[in-house]
Design a binder for this molecule. Structure first.
Ligand SMILES: [Zn+2]
Length: 277
């Protein structure tokens, strides 16, 4: 439905579409331990591990999960080539090396960051996670890795109840609206970019801070989300930092949700044009 929405908005010309391959096992294992990913793929995770993920391990889900991680890596490579690239999936930031949680199985952004750094393609990258839930697993995975700066802005009272320490955490009270949210993120992000000087930003553009989201607890409007995405692209692109986006979370009826996830593609297209990409 998101792909269809992008087509209707004129944001998905055939020449702009790239199709990923499932992530190779050796790359997945830069983050995830073999006993975990094998048990997931074989459907032999114990009941507690499955309950923690919250999704049934069906064959289509297994295929989708490997493909989504491959997609995030492809998106990052395309961003390095073109300046901006957007993934139609990804953002599963509650997946830890040995277990999944909160609808997240593999940590696509963490795998992507590790692969690019270990290839020597990059020396420093920043993860900007504006999904309404804290990027807890991502924070833990890179806690002792000075090559990766983790920034998470999230609702204080939301899942996960046990927060981890990102390199920078902004936590919002329930019900925060556009103006207060944008003021704080808009003040913090440019400072972080100046200080850390990343060569790539991996942006989790979760739409669950939206006021109609079933799990979000914040109160952003459509326009607020769009302005947020513009703000991220503009802050990065004016500093010649490429941006790769993933869709992150969003919980609502599918039709409004697909439109909401399309906002980051709209912002990407406009900002790419504004910055001459
Ligand atoms: Zn979320």
């Amino acid at each position: 439905m998101l792909f269809q929405a992008l087509g209707e908005m004129g944001l998905a010309r055939p020449s702009q579409i790239h199709t990923p391959l499932p992530v190779p096992r050796r790359w997945l294992e830069q983050v995830h331990q073999r006993p975990y990913h094998e048990a997931f793929a074989r459907g032999t995770l114990d009941r507690q591990a499955q309950r923690r993920i919250g999704l049934p391990a069906t064959t289509p889900l297994v295929q989708r999960t490997w493909l989504a991680v491959g997609g995030t890596l492809l998106t990052a490579r395309l961003a390095l080539e073109y300046g901006v690239a957007c993934h139609l999936a990804g953002g599963t930031h509650h997946a830890f090396p040995a277990y999944g949680s909160g609808f997240c199985i593999f940590n696509d952004i963490a795998v992507t960051a590790k692969v690019l750094l270990d290839e020597g393609r990059l020396k420093r990258l920043m993860i900007v996670d504006l999904d309404v839930h804290q990027g807890d697993a991502t924070a833990v995975i890179f806690a002792n890795d000075s090559r990766v700066f983790t920034f998470s802005a999230h609702a204080a009272s939301n899942f996960p109840s046990r927060k981890q320490s990102s390199d920078c955490d902004l936590s919002f009270e329930d019900g925060v609206e556009d103006h207060a949210y944008l003021a704080l993120v808009g003040e913090e992000l440019p400072l972080l970019l100046e200080r850390f000087q990343p060569e790539l930003v991996l942006y989790n553009a979760g739409v669950d801070p939206h006021r109609e989201d079933r799990l979000g607890r914040l109160c952003l409007s459509d326009l607020g989300l769009l302005q947020r995405d513009h703000l991220v692209f503009d802050a990065c692109l004016r500093r010649q930092i490429p941006v790769a986006t993933v869709i992150g979370g969003g919980y609502d009826a599918l039709e409004p949700l697909a439109k909401r996830h399309a906002l980051v593609f709209r912002a990407a297209a406009d900002q790419a044009r504004l910055h001459g990409l």
